[in-house]
Design a protein. Sequence first.
Length: 143
Amino acid sequence: MRRIGVTLGLMLVGACQQTGDGRDAAAVERRVVVGTLTGDPVAGARVFVQCKACHTIGADAVDTDGPNLYDVVDGPVAQRRPRFAYTAALQAMGGRWDAARLDAWLRAPQGLVPGTTMRFAGLSDAQQRADVIAYLATYRRDR
Ligand code: HEC
């Protein structure tokens, strides 16, 4: 497997006011760096169309085939949505969804967590992964 030295982080710029759906008003200012790539949340919103088949993301939205993804970036793996039936395989991974983890997950969900019910082939394009992670981060609650 290709190893990527992943340095990542969230660069937060600007005042963080919440909008009605729990989204950060300074969303477009928020960038996520995955490896050497900087994610663009606007491009990420277009990538997220593929995820919408199974996921909502608004603060008050319900779980559908997959768990609502509100505040998933840096959140605990398989714990945020207590009413969602996460697989034992995903729960066993534990830890948090930092950008490196999300990157590996979105590249190949079944590769990272054999037995997961996320039936999604994965995004082979690293820039698309960085973009969609940046989009997810616009729904990150400030902590
Ligand atoms: C075919 C349906 C489907 C698609 C498409 C899909 N997912 Fe999922 N996703 C799931 C399911 C089901 C789970 C729960 C998996 C488990 O419990 O093993 C999940 C779990 C997740 C999790 C972990 C959530 C948590 O609370 O720990 C993240 C993050 C995630 N998906 C992101 C995405 C993103 C981003 C996309 C689009 C690039 C996407 N998913 C596409 C069905 C899907």
